[in-house]
Design a protein around this ligand. Structure first.
Ligand SMILES: [Mg+2]
Length: 340
């Protein structure tokens, strides 16, 4: 994804002026910095007239002489608005509409068909081919302007919906308190990670960790402080993992799972020991003052090669058994398979 989401000034307020709001981070869309219109017409003069008008109104204009060229332009640079002539050599406007609708794009493309053909049959055929709107030549500049404004309104709605859907999808797999993934994400994605490393014979490490005596923190200092401790705990853990490779999920209460793709048992044990130290070494700052916290860690790994390929549940069960050993041996420690 590239570019920043953009908005056009509300109707009537500086019409045609393109405003660029601050970037929304991962809610970025593929729509370029200003509204881009792809103008497709085989007639050079018609093309230039449209181009001049749209540029005056603040659009970025890209042109193509027929449908085939238009598709080439679109694959090079996404364009949310397409204004196309019908009658053109090589690939006409109807075929272009169908070709655009037949593909997956980064977001919706609003298509306006521009033509001298004005019978009811023609209009219906154009809309049937996938055009959103239909304009009969010669088009009054003000009408073209208004139709494009409608297109932008539809596109803006579509973009809002898409951003919201993405946000809903993100929230559905996120633990609201700590911001790390939730159990649902773990159970959906661990099998996927395992399938991927199995295909290449690569290792995968799994660390299950649990805060020691966490109930006492909640009981003596209250749940609000308990929440602060959980947040600081995940912050310390997350600070130690490889960005975009390793991931952390909260499985419930004070129990977390750290997934380490491409990491064998020795590597995973080393990470767990580092994390154990990082948690125990310095007290957690809370609104109730510094709180000493320790955690126990159970480590399991899928070894490289083919020999041993546990599924997600089996790997979690192994890490859980090790975590149990770490707890039983006195907490604030790391346990791996075979008492390592
Ligand atoms: Mg033509």
């Amino acid at each position: 994804m590239s570019g920043q989401p953009t908005r056009v000034a509300a109707d009537g307020a500086g019409e045609g002026r393109v405003l660029t709001p601050p970037c929304h981070g991962d809610l970025q869309t593929a729509v370029p910095d200003a509204w881009t219109v792809l103008v497709v017409d085989d007639h050079p003069v018609a093309r230039r007239l449209l181009e001049a008008q749209l540029e005056r109104e603040g659009y970025l204009v890209i042109t193509a002489a027929n449908g085939r060229e238009a598709l080439e332009r679109l694959s090079g640079r996404f364009c949310p608005l397409v204004l196309t002539d019908w009658m053109m050599p090589e690939m006409d406007g109807l075929e272009l509409c169908r070709a655009i609708r037949g593909r997956e794009w980064d977001s919706y493309i609003y298509l306006i068909l521009l033509t001298a053909r004005d019978s009811l049959d023609d209009v219906l055929m154009g809309l049937e081919a996938g055009a959103d709107d239909y304009l009969v030549k010669p088009v009054h500049p003000m009408e073209l302007s208004a139709r494009l404004r409608t297109g932008r309104r539809i596109l803006a709605l579509e973009r809002t919906l898409r951003d919201r859907n993405r946000e809903i999808a993100r929230l559905a797999v996120t633990d609201p308190l700590t911001g790390v993934y939730n159990r649902r994400y773990l159970m959906e994605n661990l099998p996927r990670e395992l399938a991927r490393v199995r295909r290449y014979g690569h290792p995968l490490g799994l660390i299950m960790c649990d805060l020691d005596h966490f109930k006492e923190v909640n009981d003596t200092l209250g749940h609000a402080v308990g929440d602060e401790v959980l947040k600081e705990f995940t912050r310390r853990l997350a600070g130690q993992v490889r960005q975009g490779v390793d991931w952390l999920a909260r499985c419930g209460g004070e129990e977390f799972v750290l997934v380490l793709p491409e990491t064998d048992l020795a590597g995973s044990l080393a990470v767990a020991r580092r994390l154990r130290h990082l948690v125990a070494a310095t007290p957690f700052a809370t609104t109730a003052g510094p709180v000493r916290v320790t955690a126990s860690f159970g480590v399991a790994a899928r070894p490289p090669g083919e020999a041993d390929s546990p599924d997600a549940e089996a790997l979690l069960a192994r890490a859980d058994a090790c975590l149990y050993q770490a707890k039983a041996a006195g907490r604030n420690r790391v346990a791996g398979p075979g008492g390592r």
